[in-house]
Ligand binder design. Sequence first.
Ligand code: GTP
Ligand code: MG
Length: 305
Amino acid sequence: MNATRFGHVALIGPPNAGKSTLLNALLGQKLAIVSPKPQTTRNRLAGILNVEDAQIVLLDTPGVHIPRGSRLNSRLVEAAWHALAEAQAIVIVLDAIFYSKKPDMLENDIKLLSRPVERSGLPVIIALNKTDAMPDMPSLLPVMARLGEAWPGAAIVPVSALKKKGLDELTKVMVSHLPEGAAYYPEDQLSTAPMRFLASEIIREKLFLQLSQELPYNTAVAIEHWQETAKGARISAVIYVSRDRHKGMVIGKGGAVLKEVGTKARHDIMELTGAPVHLELFVKVREDWTEDEFFLNELGEEHGS
Ligand SMILES: Nc1nc2c(ncn2[C@@H]2O[C@H](COP(=O)(O)OP(=O)(O)OP(=O)(O)O)[C@@H](O)[C@H]2O)c(=O)[nH]1
Ligand SMILES: [Mg+2]
C-alpha cells in the first residue's frame, strides 16, 4: 500500500439520508447498520477505506436534527457534530428524492447544517444521494443550484449508495481534500470499533427491522458475555427496553419476535467474525433509559469513544 494521503472524512446529514448505506457502499462491505427508519445510527463509527493513493477514515454519524424529547436524542446530534472535530473534510449526505418532493425541507436542512459546518472550517463535499429513485436528472437541477448557493465552491456529487453509482467520483474528491501522509491503519483493518460493539449493532439492526413504530427507539443492546471457545464464540446480550409493557412486544407471542431477531443477528455476526456463534438474548426493563445519563455513558463506552 502506497498511500500518500491520509485523513478523516465525516459523513454528516439529516436522518435517513443514506449515510450508513454510503459508508458500506464505499467500503464495499457491510459495517454500519441500515434501516428504513430515521435515527438508526447512534454512535460515530469509523470505517477504513484504502484506495490506490490514500487511506480515508470515513466517519458515519447519527442524523442531525433539532433534538426534541429524550436525552438520547440530544446525544445523537452531539455525537454527529463531534465527528467534525476529528475530520479533515465533510461529506454532507442528502436525500435527493426527499427534496424534490419537499423543497421546504431543503431550506430547513441547509439552515441546520450551515452554522456547524462553517464553524468547523472544513472543506465541504455534497453527496446528493438516492439519485436512482429520481424520475429524471433535470429535476435535480434546482436542488443542486440551491446547494451551490448555500455552499459555494463545494463539489456536488450525485450518487446512489444503493446502486453504487458516483462513488469513484466521490472518492476522488475526498482524496483531493486530504493532507499528505502515510496510511495509519493496516490494510486489512476495516474499522476501529470493537467486535463487541459491531455485534451489538447487528442485534439493534434486527430490532429496528423487526419492531414497529416507536419501539426500536426505546431499545438498546449491550453485550454481557463474549467467550471464545474451540467451537466459536458464545455471546450473551441484553436488550434493554424502557417500559415494562415493551418487554412482551420484543419477546413476541411464544417468543417468536425474539427468536427471529436472534436467528438473523447470529447469521450476520457469524459472517462478521467468520466463525460459529452461539447467541443468547435476554430482555430487561430499564425504566426510561433514554433519559439516563449514566446508562447512556455506559453505552458510549461499549463503543470505546
Ligand atoms: N433508493 C435508495 N435508497 C437508499 C439509498 N441509500 C440509502 N437508501 C435507503 O434509505 C434508508 C436509510 O438508509 P440509512 O443508510 O440507514 O440512512 P442514514 O442516513 O444512515 O440514517 P440514520 O442513521 O437514521 O441517520 C434505507 O432504507 C436505505 O436502504 C440510495 O442510494 N437509494
Ligand atoms: Mg445511519
